[in-house]
Design a protein around this ligand. Structure first.
Ligand code: URA
Length: 276
């Protein structure tokens, strides 16, 4: 199979996987479907990934070139006659309320012991833009709302800078409970909490998910590189896109970097304008 066809097939499989379709069959030319429906022989990179209906894992990212930034992820052009997919299963998207209900009075990790409130998230359940931070700080823990302290004030200014109101976007964190002393959440805490984050994003289906800081970038995109090299870039994230920016708290500690944050938010603004 040549590389272009392989890429097209991979893109198609990914598209259908996002719709929840995992099994594909190839009909040999001239054969009848009921007698020759054989499983499509695929390479490793074409294997559809398993979908977990209740705790989806973060989709694997693909870096997008600058030219593809404004392009909607639509089904790739490939003749359907190459293979036939079963009709998409009817699966109602989960709502944020369902995810919140399922989270309940969470005790899945040790952070529950030190929290005052669970900070689930705040904003428009149909937002085009979702921000993901690290975890609640003292102010957030007190009020039960994300990004209400000093870092939140800066985030609010940045949201206005992209021409939006805070109520129009959705804001949440990797972990929903405050880590002691505002430390970075540990792996087992992220593992326990991040499935709820993935479900929140799936429920909202935004056009863009903005990772604020390295922990959000690692959790959502699996990127281990330094954020300095990755910020300002777009990645494919399931059927949507993700973008990486510095965390506002980092900018408060390094005010000279605010220029870079503004540049990145300008990129977000352009994306939202053009991807309509
Ligand atoms: N920092 C975060 O990462 N999240 C918040 O909600 C507040 C500060």
């Amino acid at each position: 199979m040549d590389d272009r066809l392989r890429e097209q097939l991979a893109a198609w499989l990914e598209f259908y996987r996002d719709l929840g379709i995992e099994d594909f069959y190839r009909r040999e030319p001239g054969s009848r479907p009921e007698t020759r429906n054989s499983k499509l022989e695929t390479g490793q990179d074409l294997q559809p990934r398993a979908a977990a209906a209740t705790s989806p894992a973060a989709p694997e990212p693909r870096v997008l070139s600058p030219e593809s930034r404004a392009v909607n992820l639509s089904p790739p052009p490939l003749s359907l006659s190459l293979f036939e997919a079963p009709p998409p299963p009817r699966r109602e998207p989960e709502t944020l309320e369902q995810v919140r209900r399922d989270l309940g009075d969470c005790r899945r990790c040790r952070l529950a012991g030190g929290r005052k409130t669970i900070v689930f998230g705040q904003g428009n359940p149909h937002a085009e833009l979702v921000f993901v931070g690290e975890g609640p700080g003292a102010d957030e823990d007190e009020q039960g709302l994300p990004f209400v302290g000093r870092a939140g004030q800066l985030l609010n200014r940045m949201i206005q800078f992209v021409g939006m109101k805070r109520e129009e976007v959705y804001i949440c964190n990797i972990v929903k409970c405050r880590p002691p002393g505002n430390r970075t959440p540990e792996k087992d805490e992220v593992d326990a909490c991040s499935p709820f984050l993935f479900r929140q994003i799936e429920a909202i289906r935004p056009r863009l998910v903005c990772c604020l800081g390295a922990p959000a970038m690692k959790t959502l995109l699996g990127i281990k590189e330094g954020i300095t090299r990755v910020r300002g870039q777009f990645f494919a994230y399931g059927s949507t896109k993700a973008f990486v920016a510095y965390h506002p708290a980092y900018i408060l500690r390094n005010p000279r970097e605010e220029k870079i944050l503004r540049e990145d938010f300008e990129t977000i603004r352009e994306f939202l304008k053009s991807a309509g």
